[in-house]
Structure formats: C-alpha cells, structure tokens
Design a protein around this ligand. Structure first.
Ligand code: CDP
Ligand code: MG
Length: 134
C-alpha cells in the first residue's frame, strides 16, 4: 500500500466543507491514517512550498496558506499518489473535470481547495513537515 498526503486549504475549513471532502475520500477507498488541523507559520509554509520559491505566485501563495487553519491527512491506498491526483483534478478549477474535488470545491487557481502530493518522494517530504515526530 502506498501513502500520500492531502491538505485541505484555508477556504475549505472556513466554509465548513471539510466533512464533505473527507467523506469523498472514504467513499473512494482511501484509508485515513493520520489527520491534523493546524495553522502554518510562515517558515513552515515556505519550507512546504520550497519547490515554488522564486515563482511569481510564491509570495501570494504563502500569504494565503498562512491565512487560516488547514487540515493535513496521511492517506493510504494502492497507487495512492496517482489516485488522489485523479480525484483532486487539475490545478486550475476552471480546467478540472466534473466530479473532481477542485471542480466541486475550488474557487480559482490559487484558492483551489486542496493540495495533493505529486510523487511518493514529495509525499514523504510533506508528511515529515506536517507530522514531524511520527
Ligand atoms: O497544487 P498543484 O500540484 O496542482 O499545483 P502546483 O503547480 O504545484 O502549484 C502549487 C499551488 O500554487 C497550487 O495548488 C495553487 O494554489 C498555487 N498556484 C497559484 O497560485 N498560481 C499559479 N499560477 C500556479 C499555482
Ligand atoms: Mg504541486
């Protein structure tokens, strides 16, 4: 079984949509191994998104991701990384397919509801940031 990482972004927690998305994960047969609600401090958010440092959207992304509470989930399933990216949909909600999380819950390119790891290596790094001593 493969592990991956999903994060519900601030607008989801603010709008009270976390339950619907968690329900969707369970219905799509992801096992939830860990779950934690927290607020990113500036330096952890920069570390989490370090791969995007220097890009034009980096600073507004950090401002957004530190603006409120998020929920991190460690998920397990066969081919979890690929299956979760499929369920999440395209980065831009306007391009996401119907039925995907970003189609249903995303607002715009930045406020796109969730983060999902793009590889098993990224999942390992991201899980270590969000769930440090476990
Ligand atoms: O999240 P995903 O892996 O699909 O996309 P990314 O290319 O790794 O970008 C990370 C995050 O930066 C996205 O989920 C958006 O929230 C944000 N972003 C943005 O605000 N403007 C862009 N032009 C691209 C991404
Ligand atoms: Mg990414």
């Amino acid at each position: 079984m493969e592990r991956t990482f999903l994060m519900l972004k601030p607008e989801i927690v603010e709008r009270g949509l976390q339950g619907e998305i968690i329900d969707l994960l369970i219905k799509n047969r992801f096992a939830i191994r860990k779950m934690r609600q927290f607020r990113f401090d500036e330096s952890s958010a920069r570390r989490f998104y370090a791969v995007h440092d220097g890009k034009d959207f980096f600073e507004p992304l950090i401002a957004y991701m530190t603006s409120g509470s998020v929920i991190g989930l460690e998920l397990e399933k066969e081919d979890a990384v690929l299956h979760l990216r499929e369920l999440v949909g395209a980065t831009d909600p306007a391009e996401a397919r119907p039925g995907t999380v970003r189609y249903m819950y995303g607002t715009d390119l930045r406020h796109n509801a969730v983060h999902a790891s793009d590889s098993p290596e990224s999942a390992q790094k991201e899980l270590a940031i969000v769930f440090p001593k476990s």
